[in-house]
Ligand binder design. Structure first.
Ligand SMILES: Cc1cc2nc3c(=O)[nH]c(=O)nc-3n(C[C@H](O)[C@H](O)[C@H](O)COP(=O)(O)OP(=O)(O)OC[C@H]3O[C@@H](n4cnc5c(N)ncnc54)[C@H](O)[C@@H]3O)c2cc1C
Length: 292
């Protein structure tokens, strides 16, 4: 289907985009890579009066090293994340997960910021961003120039507060996600284990694991779960249980992976099946990260 008619703006800066959002009022949508929004418009599930396309805003693209963390612009494509030597070296888990998103065409257009704001719990970016303890940088009218008599200021939200509910994040109306701050996890063992029935499918369940390992023993563990609730989740119980374990002594450390989750039931599997998958995939992800 062809989308309903809309006005189209492609500003060149973040501030111009925020001005456009403020002027447009309620019936406006931001366009990132379009890989979720365009299907929604074509199915006429949404018919905004105006589209503000972020595609010309150079300051929203790219990956830079800022000492103890990387900063990834919200409009950086999946393909650029995968190709980045900085991400490979300091946040390998993110590259591993993004490689599992859809197919090359979608990875060429889709952006890491669009995926995070879209906040589909089956999306592959949320769990690694949780496991890497990232921060999300948001800019919007709450920091209006006229109020603070200066340039708009960013607010930074820890990832634990970013995902609010199904398709809902801390990015409010009239705001933009501008960047993702990724603490460096140089030398950490990691793996993203995605379970699908056919290739290029959304995750039925997936698990993101980052492990700080010393002499074969896990000293610190972070585990993120994809599609085990209305938002990406951390498996805190497993993280604690993994500390002190080795590859040959994982024991029952991964058995609590589904504790406290509320997975969906759909044609790909019911909630109990997903709980089973979470336990199996977590163990598999940990073993693979440890070189097993
Ligand atoms: C066939 C198909 C298969 C797919 N398979 C997978 C998969 O296996 N795994 C997976 O993770 N994803 C999958 N996706 C989704 C894909 O990853 C999308 O690219 C992603 O969800 C959205 O990113 P985008 O840049 O295209 O955002 P858009 O589609 O442009 O936008 C998505 C939403 O975010 C908002 N938005 C975008 N950028 C910003 C910003 N900077 N600030 C504020 N709001 C913003 C938009 O207004 C919109 O509401 C699939 C998509 C398709 C079409």
């Amino acid at each position: 289907m062809i989308p309903a008619a809309f006005d189209y703006l492609a500003p060149a800066t973040v501030d111009e985009a925020l001005d456009a959002l403020a002027a447009a009022g309620d019936d406006v949508k931001v366009l990132g890579g379009g890989q979720s929004l365009l299907p929604i418009l074509r199915m006429r599930l949404n018919a905004p009066d105006q589209i503000v396309d972020l595609g010309r805003i150079e300051e929203l693209r790219g990956i830079r090293d800022e000492g103890d963390h990387l900063v990834i612009g919200a409009m950086t494509t999946y393909a650029d994340v995968i190709a980045s030597p900085l991400v490979r070296q300091h946040a390998a888990l993110l590259a591993q997960a993004v490689e599992e998103v859809a197919d090359p065409q979608i990875r060429h257009r889709g952006t890491i910021g669009g995926a995070l704001v879209h906040a589909d719990p089956a999306g592959d970016v949320g769990a690694p961003v949780l496991a890497l303890d990232c921060e999300l940088v948001i800019r919007g009218p709450k920091h209006e120039r006229t109020l603070v008599r200066g340039p708009r200021r960013d607010r930074t939200v820890p990832v634990g507060e970013f995902f609010v509910d199904l398709f809902e994040t801390a990015v409010g109306e009239g705001e933009l996600l501008t960047a993702i701050r990724v603490p460096k996890h140089t030398g950490w063992a990691s793996h993203y284990e995605k379970f699908v029935r056919v290739s290029h499918q959304w995750s039925i369940v997936a698990v993101a694991v980052a492990l700080k390992v010393d002499g074969g023993t896990i000293r610190e563990a972070r585990v993120g779960l994809t599609n085990m609730g209305s938002t990406p989740l951390r498996a805190h119980g497993v993280e604690q249980a993994l500390v002190g374990r080795t590859a040959s002594d994982l024991g029952d450390a991964c058995d609590g992976a589904a504790d406290g989750t509320n997975p969906p039931s759909d044609l790909n599997g019911d909630a109990d099946y997903r709980r089973h998958l979470a336990r199996v995939l977590t163990r598999r992800a940990v073993a693979t990260a440890l070189g097993g």
